[in-house]
Design a protein around this ligand. Structure first.
Ligand code: PLP
Length: 403
């Protein structure tokens, strides 16, 4: 391990594999023997475009992305996509149904946490369609305000022929995630969607991308993710877009749709193989090295299995603390995220004591999001079993010392 590095359990930007960072160090000075550093080289050089193509093919193989979908690289983060999916999919809907009034273009949002809520608010702000809350997880919490579970399948009310259907697979702040087991009541209710149609289904995978396979990937119109959790530095956003959702936004604007800024248009990105303008070369480089490591290391199932183990270890330590009234889980069983596990340490000053003790032992980034407080353990791909075991040891020790 490089000198002075601690274990970073932060929620994002977050830990990256040390060997990748060491390799990237070399590339910063001399990218693939070109004599030019990666932050200095032309994005149109044959070396960089080959690297970009390799990164894309790793994603296609790791996630088994079907040929019906394009993989695109862009910037603007998850928040940029809150806007871009609305504009592109409203343009698609306009081309399909030019006669409808704006209020007849419905955008279905499944609200399970603060990120899907933000995305929904952006859709309302942009206009051009009407927002419908297809399900709201807050209804199932005690105070009606907290997000602490995935709603039951019966609760979803999807619209007929909406412009988009939106969900956030893993809510990073609230620690709520849809189950990847489609027989679980906490899975996404794919069976309630119109079957056999090309649905405008959108998923924000920002904080779970490449942590495990994506259920029913082929049925999605758009899957997007900022890179800064499992994959690389902030500044790179990855899109997987079904080809029927890459539409001529200018033709839609002529029919009355909101004009789409050129860099947000999926068609611009696709027509220029993600190189319409200068991409985020350095984040792509580091993400590309991580992807290469994943492919060389046995593929996604290896990571999925390891992530499950890490999750189970922390949940067991949390349960031990709950039994002794030292910890209190915030999320209901079945909806707990593999990537971000959130809990409280009730009692005067105890939470700070827990965080300080972790800090002293070289474990940082464990404070919950400022909007909800508590503790948040983020277990992204770069967190090892050893890192997890160290935290588990500390959690158990803290419980034993407290009771
Ligand atoms: C699930 C999810 N969606 C969206 C975002 C927003 O991403 P960005 O900060 O890249 O705009 C985040 C950020 O943490 C996130 O966790």
């Amino acid at each position: 391990m490089s000198d002075g590095r601690v274990i970073n359990f932060g929620a994002g930007p977050s830990a990256l594999p040390t060997d990748v960072l060491e390799e990237a160090n070399k590339g910063l000075l001399n990218f693939q023997g070109t004599g030019i550093g990666i932050a200095e080289i032309s994005h149109r050089s044959k070396e960089f475009t080959a690297f970009l193509n390799e990164a894309e093919s790793h994603i296609r193989t790791l996630l088994e992305v079907p040929s019906t979908h394009k993989i695109l690289f862009t910037q603007g983060g998850g928040s940029g996509q809150f806007s871009a999916v609305v504009l592109n999919l409203l343009a698609r809907h306009r081309l399909l149904h030019p006669q409808l009034k704006d209020e007849e273009r419905v955008m279905d949002y499944v609200v399970t946490g603060s990120w899907s809520k933000k995305a929904m608010q952006e859709a309302g702000r942009l206009g051009g369609g009407r927002v419908n809350i297809a399900a709201d997880a807050r209804r199932y919490s005690n105070d009606g305000k907290a997000f602490n579970s995935v709603p039951p399948h019966d609760d979803y009310a999807f619209s007929a022929d909406p412009a988009l259907i939106y969900y956030c697979e893993n809510e990073t702040v609230d620690g709520v995630q849809f189950s990847d087991d489609l027989s679980s009541p906490a899975s996404f209710p794919f069976e309630k969607l119109t079957q056999g149609a090309l649905l405008p289904l959108v998923a924000d995978y920002s904080s779970s991308f490449l942590s495990r396979p994506i259920p029913r990937l082929a049925d999605h119109a758009v899957v997007f993710a900022g890179a800064q959790k499992n994959l690389g530095p902030a500044g790179l956003t990855i899109l997987i877009v079904r080809q029927d959702c890459i539409v001529d936004v200018d033709a839609a604007a002529k029919l009355g749709a909101t004009p789409v800024p050129i860099t947000l248009s999926y068609k611009t990105l696709a027509d220029h193989s993600s190189l319409y303008n200068t991409p985020s070369v350095l984040p792509i480089y580091i993400a590309g090295l991580v992807l290469r490591k994943m492919s060389d290391g046995g593929g996604l199932q290896v990571y999925a299995q390891s992530n499950r183990q890490k999750f189970e270890k922390i949940v067991a330590a949390l349960k031990n603390g709950e039994e002794k009234d030292v910890f209190k889980a915030k999320v209901k069983d079945g909806s707990v995220s593999w990537m971000n596990i959130v809990f409280d340490v009730p009692g005067e000053g105890r939470q700070q004591k827990f965080l300080d003790g972790a800090d002293k032992r070289g474990m940082k980034g464990l404070a919950g999001h400022r909007s909800v407080g508590g503790v948040r353990v983020s277990l992204y791909n770069a967190i090892t079993q050893q890192d997890t075991d160290k935290l588990v040891g500390y959690m158990n020790e803290f419980v034993a010392d407290t009771v």
